[in-house]
Design a protein around this ligand. Structure first.
Ligand SMILES: NC(=O)c1ccc[n+]([C@@H]2O[C@H](COP(=O)([O-])OP(=O)(O)OC[C@H]3O[C@@H](n4cnc5c(N)ncnc54)[C@H](O)[C@@H]3O)[C@@H](O)[C@H]2O)c1
Length: 354
């Protein structure tokens, strides 16, 4: 079975958790805990290999990728006992655009190198897909990477952050023209705030409970949260629409993000629901989740990459609707998680095209 060659834009905590996590399963081949799927049509997690990476941080650019993932300000959870050797991939300087807002300047300096031509590096590396992990609200940079993959290098594109690329009909059209599959937008983490909020809202709905208002408050101490506090507009949108789209009536929803330095990459989410039960009797629900934020992202990414590879093997292009619906917050076609999972199983078996 051929390896799955990936390129990554944004060597931050999610990248660290993904690459070290793949190594965890390589070093612990019998361990299946934490995987949604050990095997997807013959592809293992350990078949995923990075062949190119881009960042703008002076501590990361020019280093071997597996050294860069441990450079400041990265702080993702370290999987017990895992040692990562050199990857042979050097982190290239990407174009900065809007990826370095003032509020992130206290965390790192921008590298002085001239930005590379990302499309050329993608072509030369043999990457089959580009994974976009750059900071939320870096819309210009996100579109640059999407263009480099979809328009120029003509490789798959996975959008891990909330800029609407895969939901944009123009990118969908272009992807079909160029034979390129897409998954996005914005990862719905493995067992995260969005997945749980959706499950609770669905349960209330099928049990006849009417949700009047609901909110979700998230705290963590990583750079994603420092960024989300200052500019989180698109993340509020993807999170809220992921929940409100499930209920067949308008519901008020708020989402909040707070940076708490000492929490590092451990994220806490509080969920609140005010609702009406039988006879309009009041019902109040609160729940709390604590999770390693970036590992929670990586658990989804290892499946997304393998679904994209299946699409490439089969010559399927455009948005992979079932994978998008099950694994992202803001897919082109929103559906219940049970319907999305059923469709995704059909996609894997080959009875559904996308
Ligand atoms: N559970 C999760 O952590 C989770 C879930 C869903 C979505 N996401 C999204 O994934 C993205 C990455 O999250 P993270 O925690 O790894 O963030 P991070 O801040 O740790 O990493 C972002 C990386 O992008 C780099 N970068 C900034 N501008 C760039 C540019 N123009 N070109 C190349 N690199 C650039 C930064 O230097 C940094 O290394 C965010 O948009 C986040 O909202 C994360």
């Amino acid at each position: 079975m051929k390896k799955i060659k990936i390129a990554i834009a944004g060597v931050g905590n999610c990248c660290q958790a993904l690459l070290e996590g793949i190594e965890y399963y390589r070093q612990n081949p019998e361990d299946r805990r934490g995987l949604m799927n050990a095997n997807i049509s013959g592809y293992q997690v350990t078949d995923i290999v990075p062949v190119a990476a881009f960042d703008i941080n002076a501590e990361k650019v020019g280093k071997d990728l597996n050294e860069a993932i441990y450079s400041k300000p990265n702080m993702a959870y370290r999987y017990p006992g895992v040692r990562v050797g050199k990857s042979g991939v050097t982190v290239q300087m990407g174009p900065v655009f809007d990826g370095y807002p003032e509020h992130l300047a206290e965390f790192y300096d921008v590298a002085k190198e001239t930005p590379c031509a990302v499309d050329r590096v993608l072509k030369e590396s043999g990457a089959e897909m580009l994974l976009n992990f750059i900071p939320t609200e870096s819309h210009q940079a996100a579109r640059y990477y999407a263009d480099a993959a979809i328009k120029e290098a003509k490789i798959g594109f996975i959008n891990g952050m909330p800029t609407l690329i895969v939901c944009n009909p123009e990118y969908q059209k272009l992807a079909k023209q160029n034979g390129v599959p897409l998954i996005g937008d914005d990862v719905k983490s493995q067992f995260g705030g969005t997945a749980i909020h959706r499950a609770l809202a669905t349960l209330m709905h099928i049990r006849g409970v009417h949700v009047t208002e609901t909110y979700q408050i998230n705290f963590a101490g990583n750079t994603d949260f420092a960024n989300l506090m200052a500019r989180g507009k698109s993340k509020h949108k993807t999170k809220q629409e992921a929940v409100t789209s499930l209920l067949p009536y308008p519901v008020k929803m708020s989402t909040g993000f707070t940076f708490v330095e000492l929490m590092k990459d451990r994220k806490t989410t509080h969920f609140y629901f005010n609702a009406s039960n039988f006879g309009n009797a009041p019902l109040h629900l609160e729940a709390k989740l604590e999770v390693e934020d970036s590992a929670n992202f990586a658990g989804v990414m290892v499946d997304m990459v393998r679904y994209m590879r299946l699409a490439l093997d089969r010559g399927v292009s455009g948005a992979l609707e079932s994978a998008c619906a099950f694994l992202t917050k803001h897919p082109p076609v929103q559906m219940s998680d049970s319907a999305a999972l059923e469709n995704l199983k059909q996609f894997v078996s080959g009875s559904r095209e996308r």
